[in-house]
Write a protein that binds this ligand. Sequence first.
Ligand code: PBG
Length: 321
Amino acid sequence: MRRTEALRSFVRETRLTPTGFVYPLFICPGEGVRKPVGSMPGVFNLSVDEAVKECREVYALGIPAVILFGLPEHKDEQASGAWADDGIVQRAARAIKKEVPNLLLMGDVCLCEYMSHGHCGIVKKVNGATPETEYEILNDPTLDLLAKTAVAQAKAGMDIIAPSDMMDGRIDALRASLDAHGFENTPIMSYAAKFASGFYGPFREAADSAPSFGDRRSYQMDPANAREAMREIELDLEEGADMIMVKPAIAYLDIIAEARARFDVPLGAYQVSGEYAMIKAAAQNGWIDHDRVMLESLLSIQRAGASIILTYFAKEAAKLL
Ligand code: PBG
C-alpha cells in the first residue's frame, strides 16, 4: 500500500489542511513598520496598517484565524496597555475587522507584554530567603486586570478570547465579566495546559516580554506533569472554557493525545516560537529539508489530535497544501 503516491494518498489517515490554522501577529506602534524578529526568520513586528495588509494575505491563503499580541507604547505595573480601550491590540482588532471582516480574531489575554517587569500577573515584593521567594504573583488581583483585558478585546471585535496567563480561576473570572458586559456569545479558548517551557525564548524577543527577574515556573506548568495537565484542562472546562489548548506542541504530543481522548471539546495546540526557530535554523544550515520538516511537524500535531494549530508556519504551509 506504500508503493505509489496514489496508493499512499488513498490510505492516508490524517489530511493536513489550513482550515484549523491560526497565524500569530505581533502588533507594534507606528505606521508602515515591518520590523524583522531576529530569532524568528519570516516573522515581523507589524504596525496596525501593516497588520491589516498581512491579514488580507492570510485570509486569501485560506487561513481562518489570527491571534494578536501587542507591543505597547509604554509598560507599567498595572499592564494598562492591555486593557485600555485604545490599547495597541484593540486598535489593531478594530482596523482588521473593518477590512477583513470574515477573518476570525483571537485575542491573547495576558499581561506580560504590558507589565514593566514582564510577569503575567501583578507582582508583590516580599522578604524571602532565596531569590525565588523574594516576590509573589498576586493571583486574585490579577484576575480583575485579565477580565478587563478580555472585555476591552471583545469590545474591539475579537471573536475568541484566549487567556494565556495561567492564573487560577481566570476562566471563571473572564466568563463572568464577558457575560456581564453583553459578550455572552464570545467563546473562550483557554491555554489550559501551558507549560513553563524553554521553547518560548524567541517569542519573548518578538513580544519584548521576558521577565526582568525570576521566571514563570510559579504559574506555568512543570514540564514533567501529565496528570496535572488533565486536571488543569478539567478545571478550565468546569469554569466555562469552550475550547482548550496545549502548549508547546511537539514536545507535548502525549498531552495532546490524552486531552483528545478525554475531552470532547475543540482542541488546539500552539507550535511555539522555539519550535519554529529550531526548524528555521536547521534548514538555513542545510541540515534538514525545510518544507518537509515543517509539514511533518504540523502533521504530527494534527495526528496527535489537535484540530486547531497556532503556528508561525501558517502562511508557508498553507501555500503548499
Ligand atoms: C504570554 C504568551 C507567551 C507565549 C504565548 N503567550 C510567552 C510566555 O508565556 O512566556 C509564547 C508563544 C511562543 O513562544 O510562540 N504569556
